[in-house]
Design a protein around this ligand. Structure first.
Ligand code: C2E
Ligand code: MG
Ligand code: MG
Length: 391
């Protein structure tokens, strides 16, 4: 027997779903307001049937509440509105690590209710990292212990195939959970005072690795991901410039990848810092292009040299005409603004051919090369003769 909570402002409809669930042998309660939801939700709740649009409270807030409270409940999303909105809400929930059993457009029948409940326990939780919970203290300690390390992923020219650069990606060797990816710990780091030390760690490590990387390939650049907080620090351009030069590295050998959201919050300060970075010769890339909140104004005013199309569009472009349109338009936009365009998330040969046909300049993805430790880059290059050529 499962514990269900039906959240819907239409009391009649809520009762109908609850009744159907009880007939299937489950325990079901209804809530038609914020207060009722707070009173009836418990940590034992297994499934929440959630109406997305309710006066006084919206389904998205409930999703956020479940995520903030590390709830184990799965949700069934319901709405009378169109399927696009429902699907967006599903993505949002899954991004928060909440399992979505079904997305139901009203009117909803008994079979659909039964089907949604039957999905419970069938699927793996979205993002298998979901159960791993880390704390700031644990991260601080890992930083002291040098439990973080970098892997590097190749970026190749689509015309000719040669290696153009590599992206440095952070990993954490965790004593219990093994190697963790940034999706588990980066959100915690980004909202804490640890972001400075972690960014410095990455920069130090890249500078230390540079001689070895350049023995593998003397012309490639290294891309580093930057979080919002680094972009609020007015002294950052000078410090970074001094630091890399001290290691015999030219700023133009470094690409700073910045996500759209990171840029957003304070355009004046970001603009100041990013412009000075660019003036010192660092390359600037707008990462995850297409999924953030970038305005066209931002894209025009910040002197980006590279546009990196988000992997979500790239991964699906062969199957999905809308996503293909996004990749095409982004490529044209980037080129018209004088930027190099790179597509990330290339997982098969068809996609590689497609982005080449569309006219992207560079590609990155599992099909080309996985993120790997520095020692493996040499082998990768030896096995990819076109990547090894100099153009
Ligand atoms: P990102 O900068 O967009 O990096 C690309 C992510 O896509 C990487 O995940 C990479 O492993 C993954 N990826 C590459 N090719 C493919 C593919 O073909 N298919 C799929 N499904 N995935 C692919 P990763 O390493 O887990 O990093 C996730 C995000 O964490 C990065 O996204 C970046 O925003 C952030 N991050 C990583 N390292 C750092 C860092 O040193 N500092 C900061 N501030 N953020 C970092
Ligand atoms: Mg990146
Ligand atoms: Mg990206």
């Amino acid at each position: 027997m499962l514990q269900l909570l039906i959240v819907d402002d239409e009391a009649d409809f809520g009762d109908f779903v609850a009744e159907a669930a009880r007939e299937l042998g489950h325990d079901a309660e209804t809530a038609s307001s914020d207060a009722e939801f707070s009173a009836k939700y418990t940590r034992k709740t297994d499934i929440i049937f959630l109406d997305l649009f309710m006066p006084g409270m919206d389904g998205i807030e409930v999703i956020r509440f479940l995520s903030d409270n590390k709830s184990r409940a799965a949700v069934v999303l319901m709405s009378g509105h169109n399927a696009t909105i429902l699907n967006s809400a599903r993505e949002l929930a899954e991004e928060h690590g909440i399992e979505v059993l079904a997305v139901l457009e009203k009117p909803i029948g008994i079979d659909e209710i039964a089907g949604a409940i039957a999905n419970f326990g069938q699927r793996k939780p979205a993002g298998s990292a979901r159960r791993i919970v880390t704390s700031i203290d644990e991260i601080r300690e890992a930083l002291d212990r040098e439990a973080f390390f970098l892997v590097y992923q190749p970026q190749i020219a689509l015309n000719g195939g040669q290696l153009i650069g590599i992206e440095a990606l952070l990993r954490w060797r965790h004593p219990e959970h093994g190697v963790l990816s940034p999706s588990v710990f980066m959100p915690i780091i980004e909202t804490s005072e640890l972001i400075g030390p972690v960014t410095e760690f990455v920069i130090r490590r890249v500078c230390r690795d540079m001689p070895e990387l350049h023995r593998v390939n003397g012309t490639m650049h290294v891309a580093i991901n930057l979080s919002a907080n680094s972009i609020f620090d007015i002294d950052f351009p000078d410090r970074l410039d001094r630091y890399v030069r001290m290691h015999g590295i030219e700023p133009r050998q470094i690409v700073l990848e910045i996500t759209e959201t990171a840029v957003m919050s304070d355009l004046a300060v970001s603009l100041d810092i990013l412009t000075r970075l660019r003036m010192r010769g660092f390359e600037l890339s707008i990462d995850d292009f297409g999924i953030g909140y970038s305005s066209m104004e931002q894209l025009v005013r910040i002197p980006f040299s590279e546009l990196k199309i988000d992997q979500k569009f790239v991964r699906n472009l062969v199957k999905n005409a809308e996503y293909r349109a996004v990749v095409e338009i982004s490529t044209t936009l980037g080129h018209n603004l004088g930027m190099t365009v790179i597509a990330e998330g290339v997982e098969d040969e068809e996609t590689l051919d497609a982005i080449r046909a569309i006219g992207c300049d560079e590609g990155q993805g599992y099909w080309i090369g996985r993120p790997m430790p520095i020692e493996d880059l040499r082998t990768w290059l030896a096995n990819n003769s076109s990547a090894a050529s100099t153009g």
